[in-house]
Design a protein around this ligand. Structure first.
Ligand SMILES: Cc1ncc(COP(=O)(O)O)c(C=O)c1O
Length: 386
């Protein structure tokens, strides 16, 4: 039998939301701010462009805008959201490599000039629809040790990066540099080291062919300590510093990260309620009002197999082994493994910490169950709509 990776903690779950209907994603903007500060301390000469896909809540985005962060968008709707908040186009980039023609047109018309490519077809698309764009070519790196690997679907080999940069120039685009992504939640320091070394080698080759990078984008992938320890940001910061990759760029070369998870995850807590219990074949099943389709998608092994710390009220009750499932009719809607939690009854609450990233943004309304409502906490209780 598979053991639960997390145990319940006792303590009253957020008395300030007592009486409010669940599921709720409680976002604490103070933690968002603290995470930005931690990133800036770990990567002092690096610009931060927040990847909206991790949590596009407008209050999170506004908070980041006031902190001077830039934004990475991957769709027309993300772009409209940031523009709608008054964020100027020079603080927005699109590093998604395959974009629909309509999205490219919207980016171009909105004055967003930094876009990523990783194949000839996309270079041609941009040359036709968005001439003079500042193109960064996505380098494929080894995703070993990352929970969510992105290689294969995106990126190209070093030789191709150089070739595409040349093609971009010949096609009336600007070759602005390189982008990479080691995969989300990259917990292997050796993978970071390998990717940064590879990135530096590619930047050197671009400089040799007369196209030194103006932008070197290091992507996302910065890990969050969900239930196990991960390489500290400072260690990854040390590798970035030692790699000195900006030296292979132009004089004013900008090095950037586009973090999503490492800004949003620890700022969010998903609060659910038990809607029913059952005993099946000697196993205790606990059904929650949010599951795989309402914020807990990343628990699926195919989505990374993340396990977030769980907080349960009623620590005085005896602990009991149980399975946890979401409210829908789908058999996929079950958290993997078994959990050891205080005996749970219908109406009890159960919270998942560090659930601020890729939770509401990948929620669905499958079966008619709404995604969790986002509520701000720790702000004096002034902003609870969402
Ligand atoms: C192009 C790009 N940049 C940044 C990110 C954010 O990555 P993370 O959430 O690991 O920081 C992603 C996520 O998939 C991405 O595709």
């Amino acid at each position: 039998m598979k053991e639960s990776p997390v145990a319940g903690e006792s303590g009253c779950i957020f008395p300030e939301i007592r009486g409010m209907e669940t599921p709720l994603l409680l976002m604490d903007l103070r933690v968002v701010g603290r995470n930005v500060e931690l990133l800036r301390n770990a990567f002092p000469d690096v610009d931060i462009w927040y990847a909206l896909k991790s949590n596009p809540d407008e209050r999170v985005v506004s908070c980041l805008a006031t902190l001077g962060v830039g934004f990475e968008v991957a769709s027309a709707s993300e772009l409209r959201a940031v523009l709608g908040l008054g964020i100027p186009s020079d603080r927005i980039v699109c590093l998604h490599t395959i974009k629909s023609p309509a999205f490219v047109r919207l980016l171009h018309d909105s004055g967003i000039s930094v876009m990523a490519v990783d194949c000839r077809e996309e270079v041609q698309k941009l040359a036709t629809i968005a001439p003079r764009s500042r193109v960064v070519v996505r380098l494929e790196t080894d995703g070993h040790g990352s929970r969510v690997r992105l290689g294969g679907k995106f990126g190209c080999a070093p030789d191709e990066v150089v070739e595409l940069a040349r093609l971009a120039r010949r096609s009336g685009l600007e070759s602005a540099g390189v982008t990479m992504h080691v995969g989300s939640q990259c917990e292997a320091i050796a993978t970071w080291l390998g990717a940064l070394n590879l990135c530096r080698a590619v930047c050197e080759r671009l400089a040799e062919v007369g196209a030194p990078p103006e932008i070197i984008s290091l992507g996302g992938g910065l890990p969050v300590p969900y239930t196990t320890s991960v390489p500290p940001l400072a260690a990854i910061g040390g590798l970035v510093r030692d790699a000195a990759i900006q030296r292979c760029g132009t004089a004013g070369c900008r090095v950037t990260f586009e973090p999503g998870r490492s800004i949003a995850a620890t700022a969010g807590t998903l609060v659910t309620s038990v809607i029913g219990t059952a005993t099946r074949g000697g196993e205790r099943w606990v059904y929650l009002d949010a599951g795989i389709y309402q914020g807990l998608f990343e628990w699926l092994p195919a989505a990374g197999g993340f396990a977030m710390p769980i907080v349960a009220d009623h620590g005085e009750r005896p602990f009991q082994r149980c399975r946890l499932a979401g409210p829908t009719c789908d058999s996929l809607d079950v958290l993997p493994g078994e959990f050891n939690l205080p005996e749970l009854r219908t109406g009890d609450r159960l919270a998942f910490r560090f659930a601020g990233a890729y939770s509401t943004s990948v929620s669905t309304t499958f079966n008619g169950f709404d995604p969790p409502r986002v509520v701000l906490v720790g702000t004096g209780g002034d902003s609870r709509d969402g």
